[in-house]
Design a protein around this ligand. Structure first.
Ligand SMILES: C[S@@+](CC[C@H](N)C(=O)[O-])C[C@H]1O[C@@H](n2cnc3c(N)ncnc32)[C@H](O)[C@@H]1O
Length: 291
């Protein structure tokens, strides 16, 4: 799909720099996490913090770590999901991010939550994990492989460091609409503004898993529950930017959506009908295990 898309292919360096500058503003817009929220339906008025925690809990349940186990959090952001996993399961956790700022904030969070003895974060590239083979029981990659054009390479690294029988639980972005949308100029601007890689198709995961030496256990499409994320993120970023200086990376995200001068309520009215129709980008939860 990359070949058809005239977009800027992200690298670990460009992604790391993006989060170094934008993570604080994005995390405050997304309820402390940097990932999609999960809403039960159009009448669910949960705030982003609640909806984001719901998705984290769905991942934690699937990882199913026990207190004696050690989990790798791949693409940890400022650490909220990793610390939540460690708190609720009792497991040890090592998180990695391409962003040094993510790592600094995540380690601060581990200290504040009193779990620094068994939870730590470090800067590393998921395409070249600095850990020995079979050194983790499970891996969780919550909305991080979305930045990696070569999904199989990232999955191979996770498969290498997770012991046989261990689970790999991740979310990824899919391209929902017809292939013609993949060349949509605005879609390309959205990808570029988030330093995202081209989305894949849910069906691709069977082949990805096989090529990475994994057994695929689950692919669940959660687009209907997560599709509210873009609107609430955009509104929160826009409101924040009215009152605070924001880094150029955040301004770029805001500028992708037209009608910047349209009042919030009007924008919501314009956007809501779009949520009833076909989404351009979807979200899947994927679970696989090392045979
Ligand atoms: C959308 S944020 C998700 C953060 C966190 N998992 C959460 O759910 O709040 C994406 C994360 O993936 C990390 N990431 C992206 N590409 C990476 C790479 N090649 N190596 C390590 N981390 C990467 C980013 O630095 C960032 O922390």
């Amino acid at each position: 799909m990359d070949a058809e898309l005239d977009y800027t292919v992200p690298t670990p360096e460009s992604v790391g720099e993006f989060y170094d500058r934008a993570n604080v503003v994005i995390a405050q817009a997304q309820g402390g996490n940097m990932h999609y929220g999960y809403w039960t339906g159009p009448d669910d008025e949960s705030d982003f913090e609640t909806a984001g925690a719901r998705l984290t809990e769905m991942m934690i349940d699937r990882v199913g770590a026990r207190p004696t186990e050690r989990v790798l959090d791949v693409g940890c952001g400022p650490g909220l999901p990793g610390v939540r996993l460690a708190n609720s399961s009792g497991a040890s956790l090592v998180g990695i991010s391409a962003s040094g700022e993510d790592v600094r904030l995540a380690n601060n969070r581990a200290v504040q939550d009193g779990v620094a003895g068994r939870v730590s974060f470090e800067r590393a590239d998921m395409l070249a994990l600095p850990f020995p083979d079979d050194s983790f029981d499970h891996a969780m990659a919550l909305e991080s492989i979305v930045h990696v054009p070569d999904r199989v390479r990232a999955l191979r690294e996770m498969a290498r460091v997770v012991r046989p029988g261990g689970r790999i639980v991740l979310t990824d972005f899919t391209l929902c609409a017809g292939p013609e949308r993949s060349t949509d100029a605005n879609f390309v601007r959205i990808l570029d503004s988030w330093r995202a890689a081209a989305p894949i198709a849910a069906e691709d995961y069977q082949g990805f898993a096989e090529q990475a030496g994994l057994v695929l256990d689950e692919v669940t499409d959660i687009t209907e529950n997560t599709k509210y994320t873009a609107l609430w993120t955009y509104l929160a970023l826009r409101r924040y930017a009215r009152e605070h200086p924001v880094p150029a990376e955040v301004q770029q995200i805001i500028d992708v959506v037209p009608f910047s001068s349209v009042p919030d309520e009007q924008l919501v009215q314009w956007w809501r009908p779009l949520l009833a129709g076909q989404q351009m980008q979807g979200v899947i939860i994927v679970v696989a295990h090392v045979p």
